[in-house]
Design a protein around this ligand. Structure first.
Ligand SMILES: Cc1cc2nc3c(=O)[nH]c(=O)nc-3n(C[C@H](O)[C@H](O)[C@H](O)COP(=O)(O)OP(=O)(O)OC[C@H]3O[C@@H](n4cnc5c(N)ncnc54)[C@H](O)[C@@H]3O)c2cc1C
Length: 339
């Protein structure tokens, strides 16, 4: 069966949910091989061992561990070179990478090095039918190739495409697949890579993990409570309601651009794409660019004082009212019922 490389997205060996999603997608296309680049040269062996159970749980048949310290000391260029060398050895049908800022830069550099086509920000990837008429050859994703779906122009158009030259390199957005376990016992292969001097021109001088909020990570949360301009800058009711539900906090661009909440929490076309079980939009009008990032949420609730707000077209349950009154009441009720 053709191999599909998955670049593992992790923090100190703790594998992110996006990797479980990539492995699930990779199994549709072939035999998933995880590529693990530790983020600290000192404890790379511990990190690989830490990641192994999750990689096995989601079906990685092999883990290729790259421990060259150059990979942790410089920005993305060495990682692209390393993946090029892994690809030369494994000859994969496709390479899947998380669609975050680093992932997309690695993918772009890798596509040039492998003279291959690149598709970014896929929201789904499926094997093409063997008889697909779009003309992809065996070099681009196995017998029929991999067909990627992108949601473009603020979710107004859905594009399906496939790589027709070289190895299919696809960056995949979070929540593009529901992780499905398929237990394996992957062997770990340490792989030596050589990093050129030209890839070592941007050295990392310092890095600090983001301060933990104690809340779930936005793209992985089952419940998200988001606030918009209607908060008037006061996110306390949003955070309190989120905490009562064990939820993550999100924000509209208007709230983020006003400096009321950090950019990392922006949901939408130019922010994060989320697909939780429950999304609560409070004081958010429902602009198309915001919807592009949350409209696939399973259940959507809106709190807005304007009954004509466009967000109400999208919701399963809507409350017309002032969020500063509605959310504290809801928080109190949730807390009471929990105790
Ligand atoms: C290229 C581009 C990319 C963009 N990307 C994004 C993106 O990624 N994410 C994003 O969110 N936006 C994005 N935007 C901006 C988007 O168009 C909207 O401007 C933005 O989403 C509006 O944010 P909002 O709903 O918080 O504010 P508003 O549209 O001003 O809506 C505020 C809402 O709060 C309600 N309200 C006011 N007071 C209260 C109260 N006390 N209680 C309850 N409700 C109240 C109002 O009735 C109103 O509906 C983008 C725009 C462009 C052009």
């Amino acid at each position: 069966m053709s191999k599909v490389l998955v670049l593992v997205d992790h923090s100190a060996g703790v594998v992110r949910k996006t990797t479980a999603e990539l492995l699930t997608i990779a199994r549709r296309l072939g035999d998933p091989v995880a590529v693990f680049i530790s983020d600290s040269a000192a404890d790379s062996a511990t990190q690989v061992q830490g990641a192994l159970p999750v990689l096995g749980q989601y079906g990685a048949t092999k883990v290729i561990a790259l421990t060259n310290p150059d990979l942790t000391q410089y920005l993305v260029a060495p990682k692209a070179e390393a993946l090029q060398q892994v690809a030369a050895k494994v000859e994969p049908a496709a390479i899947l990478i998380s669609s975050n800022a680093e992932g997309k830069e690695i993918a772009a550099r890798l596509a040039i090095k492998l003279d291959s086509g690149l598709i970014t920000d896929a929201v789904d990837v499926q094997p093409a039918d063997a008889g697909d008429a779009s003309g992809a050859g065996a070099g681009a994703g196995g017998a029929g190739g991999a067909v990627a779906t992108q949601s473009v122009f603020a979710g107004n158009f859905t594009v399906r495409s496939k790589v027709t030259h070289g190895t299919a390199i696809i960056t995949v957005k979070p929540n593009a697949a529901t992780p499905e376990a398929a237990e394996t016992s992957p062997e770990v292969e340490e792989f030596d890579v050589t990093i050129s001097d030209t890839a070592k021109t941007a050295r990392i001088t310092d890095s600090k993990p983001r301060e933990a909020t104690g809340r779930p990570e936005l793209t992985e949360a089952a419940i998200i409570v988001s606030g918009g301009r209607g908060t008037g800058g006061d996110f306390a009711p949003i955070e309190a309601f989120a905490d009562s539900l064990g939820a993550a906090v999100g924000a509209s661009r208007a709230a983020v651009d006003s400096g009321w909440y950090p950019h990392a929490y922006q949901v939408g076309q130019t922010g994060k794409t989320v697909s939780p079980q429950l999304y609560v939009a409070a004081g958010i009008s429902g602009a198309i660019q915001h919807r592009a990032g949350m409209q696939t949420s399973k259940t959507i609730i809106a709190v807005n004082k304007d009954p004509e707000a466009p967000i109400f077209e999208l919701v399963d349950f809507g409350v017309v009212g002032d969020l500063h009154k509605v959310l504290p009441t809801a928080t109190e009720e949730v807390t009471k019922r929990k105790s």
